[in-house]
Write a protein that binds this ligand. Structure first.
Ligand code: AMP
Ligand code: MG
Length: 343
């Protein structure tokens, strides 16, 4: 074969190979990343990140996640008089109230975390929370007598859950349930469930700083990276957490609080004393599920550093990072927490 013919053959074969390669690449699914941006839901801001093989799937995941938040909120908000929770609060002393499976699941989980934390986490704290919310509006601290009266209506043991009939009943008149310390975590777990069902390859769901992430991280990174906020400065991060298929929830007096007579009061209440929790600035719990992280972050805020650390050390696959109230800032963490710190 002449040299020129051989060159022509070589060029043709190379051309065909390049064409095959290009066609193969075009057939490969493009990874789509979609960021919903912050939107208002559940009384705070929520954001969803999705990694998917196509744009349509990513958009469906974001839509499904926000629908989940709205559904949970419509059922479990104690601010909304039309929610199922508000109906329970009105009727459950008079008669057993049949509730939706989702609400029953959250109530059952809440009681589990009450038992685990020896009552530090307690959704029956509603009557006391109401007094502190009113104090926040008026600037006048609740009367001790009013707190004592409210205290008599608090106690998770007075919350009677009938699993067979899926009903809720109150043993004490005037009880009020408040799911503010657990409903966000539940909504996050449910949103991740629906995103997986819709075909997401990975994602992150953040409601007011409580979050969970799953599978493939954005940007082809090995982990999901999350900043741990400085309680004294909103825009500053103390460190970066690296997560994969974990939830992280933060409770703190710097996020939501009341100011009464120039003093700052946490929105988290100690059910035993009726006083605002005050020994920790910030509590971050990393756990396998967001409902667990959320409930335990609230519980540890009440328990304080010693009892709180001991509780988290006793729970499998769950770690805590605490910032004490005293200044300068001091970070305290449980044994396994270092594994989640990126830098
Ligand atoms: P979080 O931000 O998850 O710590 O939840 C705080 C919210 O939970 C408060 O705004 C109250 O609505 C409610 N809450 C306050 N104290 C408690 C408590 N001891 N146990 C359960 N929920 C609480
Ligand atoms: Mg919580």
């Amino acid at each position: 074969m002449k040299q020129s013919t051989r060159n022509l053959w070589l060029q043709t074969i190379t051309g065909i190979m390049i064409l095959i390669l290009m066609m193969w690449q075009m057939r490969q699914p493009r990874i789509q990343e979609l960021d919903s941006g912050y939107r208002i839901t559940m009384g705070t801001f929520a954001r969803v990140l999705v990694v998917a093989s196509d744009k349509k799937t990513a958009e469906q995941c974001v839509k499904a996640a926000f629908e989940t938040f709205d559904r949970v909120n419509a059922m479990m908000s104690d601010y909304d008089p039309n929610s199922l929770l508000s109906e329970v609060n009105r009727r459950a002393f008079a008669e057993p109230v049949k509730v939706d499976a989702a609400l029953f699941e959250v109530l059952t989980a809440a009681v589990k975390y009450s038992r685990l934390s020896d009552g530090a986490f307690d959704i029956t704290v509603g009557p006391v929370v109401q007094l502190w919310r009113k104090a926040n509006q008026t600037g006048i601290a609740p009367e001790p007598q009013a707190l004592t009266q409210a205290h008599q209506k608090v106690g998770y043991r007075h919350l009677l859950l009938d699993e067979d009939n899926q009903t809720v009943r109150f043993a004490v008149e005037g009880m009020l349930l408040d799911l503010g310390g657990i409903a966000k975590g539940y909504a996050i777990d449910k949103a991740i469930e629906v995103m997986r069902q819709q075909g997401a390859l990975g994602g992150m769901v953040d409601i007011g700083g409580d979050l969970a992430c799953f599978d493939r991280p954005v940007g082809g990174q090995p982990h999901w990276y999350i900043g741990l906020q400085d309680p004294d400065e909103e825009q500053r991060y103390l460190l970066r957490l690296k997560l994969n298929n974990h939830a992280a929830a933060t409770s703190g007096d710097y996020r939501r609080f009341a100011v009464i007579n120039d003093l700052k009061y946490s929105h988290i209440v100690n059910p035993a004393s009726t006083q605002a929790a005050d020994s920790l600035s910030s509590v971050t719990i990393i756990a396998p599920s967001a409902i667990q992280a959320d409930a335990l972050a609230t519980a540890v805020s009440v328990l304080g550093p010693e009892k709180g650390m001991a509780l988290i050390e006793s729970i499998d696959q769950t770690v805590a990072l605490l910032i004490l109230s005293a200044r300068p800032i001091k970070l305290q963490k449980t044994t396994g927490a270092a594994n989640f710190i990126a830098d």
